[in-house]
Design a protein around this ligand. Sequence first.
Ligand code: HPA
Ligand code: ZN
Length: 334
Amino acid sequence: MESSSFIRRLPKAELHLHLEGTVTPETLVELSACNPGPPLDLAQARALYQYTDFTGFLMAFKAVTAHLRSPEDYELVTWRMIERLARQGIVHAEVYVSVGVVYYWRRCEFEPLFFGMERARARAEAELGISVFWIFDAVRHFGPEEAARVFRKAAELRPQFPSIVGIGIGGDERRVGAEPFRELYAEARDAGLRLTAHAGETAGPENIWGAINIGAERLGHALTAALDPELMDLLAERQIAVEICVTSNLRTGCCARIEDHPLRRYFDSGLMVTLNSDDPALFQSDLEDEYCLARKGFAFTEEQLRELAANSVEASFLPAERKVMLLRRIESLE
Ligand code: HPA
Ligand code: ZN
């Protein structure tokens, strides 16, 4: 989608982005040439990115992740992700990494992979002037015991790596709600981690209540909050940030038509709305595209896009001083 200079120059934060979902088929081909096993050609790599519904999307996500093997792979995909973020005028990102998939499907240690990610993050911060935090994401339908391994690893590494800012749960909400993770969320909070949860993407508003009730500070998607007026009031009153991912919802079929998407309604109801890309390589849409879509598909004015960018900074887990500095830059952009 064609971007305006205003959108590109607008300092933006991206708060709902999966590292594995930023990896392009071209990069997978490159990685497969160095990894054990038969190398992928581009057509084979592209075939992994095909899906027709949400379950198919989760399988595609897993198939792509399966091709990320070594610390060097994680370093390379992190570097490329941050380069792309910087090109879009993104100044800060909070990035989910599917530690749950690594533990459950691959049965390997996450630390060496994380050290690769950290090398790229530190270099990108120094060279590109962009800050990146990590959110360790568990796969909810693997259950609380698997999630415990993910969250405890985040707590264990955080003192040494303050870039690990929080935890979350992704995966299939239709199979598991938020309640089974209550104690683990309390434990993570006590360890100084911030709490997020995918909620109300494939399941109804009861799952969003569930996520709020276990302490989630930010909600991924929250698409079905629109069905519950009481919940809408609560989200507006408490200013609980919603990480809206319009193209993701359309491509996975969680939202059938753009006319049905509640983005505009949430914004007009005073919710703390942020725009996000979720998995740009799987949805062929990056954050700049999402801002363009808000303008063209939902009639957001430049001033309203500026407000969305300010929301993304306010809803981030950045320290207050950096928030203030970025908010000033957003306000003064001409
Ligand atoms: N929802 C659930 N699981 C996911 C997502 C998502 O948006 N992206 C990657 N895994
Ligand atoms: Zn997501």
